[in-house]
Design a protein around this ligand. Structure first.
Ligand SMILES: [Zn+2]
Length: 251
């Protein structure tokens, strides 16, 4: 078996023994792999290679690939509560209380937001690009966790994952107009930059989640070209990363 693949972990969530979280990177394959360590199908990469990569990633979380729950993400605001692994159509957020089901978000530049309520033994996973962020997908998911599952906001923890940073994420004025000015950065003559991670963090804070309960990744997918995949940077040559959170199975 090959050496373990590099992962990005959450320091904040790692303090809890009953949930595991990891985000994959571009790294983990030889230089001959045109898409790097790619976990996305249908991009032009070899399907067999992708399947093997997904298995290697899952193994780092002590999971089999069939333990993962995937979303066919559509940049919408559909949230599903699930009890088993599989592929869920037309979905951008998943919630589960089922141990051993790995909720998975597939991204290049979009923000994976992973939620954990230790007291209720509940996890959630959100795919938030600019469209989903404009539709408040993260806020809606957190509110559902709070209102339907009785989780106190102070007892909710979050990881806002590696994704397009405000340093690099340019948008047009039409997109910028959808967001509060505080998260639209105008530093020079060029296009405005959008702070997607900041917006999603703000949506969690709007639900009452304390800032101390939210870990925001510093990594920027667009300029960290050796570490991360980026659609914005590589377009048709871009692979995909997975971020997965799973509740520990009963012992
Ligand atoms: Zn950047």
């Amino acid at each position: 078996m090959s050496t373990p693949i590099p992962l990005i972990r959450s320091t904040l969530l790692a303090q809890f023994p009953y949930a595991r979280l990891a985000q994959s990177t571009r790294q983990g394959e030889g230089a001959d792999a045109p898409f790097g360590f790619n976990l996305g199908y249908g991009l032009g990469d070899d399907d067999t290679r992708v399947t093997g990569n997904i298995a290697r990633f899952a193994a780092r979380l002590d999971l089999d690939p069939e333990d993962l729950a995937f979303m066919k993400q559509v940049h919408g605001d559909t949230i599903r509560e699930i009890t088993q692994a599989g592929v869920y159509d037309d979905t951008d957020a998943l919630i589960t209380r089922q141990p051993g089901v790995g909720l998975t978000v597939r991204t290049a530049d979009c923000v994976p937001v992973m939620l954990y309520a230790p007291g209720e033994n509940l996890v959630a996973a959100v795919h938030a690009g600019w469209r989903g962020t404009a539709e408040h997908i993260t806020q809606k998911t957190a509110m559902r966790v709070i209102e339907e599952f009785g989780v106190e906001p102070e007892a909710l923890y979050a990881y806002v994952g590696a994704s397009a940073g405000s340093c690099c994420y340019e948008v047009g004025e039409d997109v910028a107009a959808l967001f509060p000015e505080g998260w639209v950065l105008r530093r020079d003559e060029g296009n405005p930059h959008l702070d997607l991670k900041g917006l999603n963090t703000h949506q969690l804070e709007q639900c009452g989640v304390p800032a101390a309960n939210i870990e925001v990744s510093d990594h920027c997918s667009i300029h960290e070209e050796t570490l991360l995949h980026s659609w914005r940077r590589d377009a048709q040559r871009s692979g995909r990363m997975l971020t997965t959170i799973v509740l520990q199975e009963e012992i």
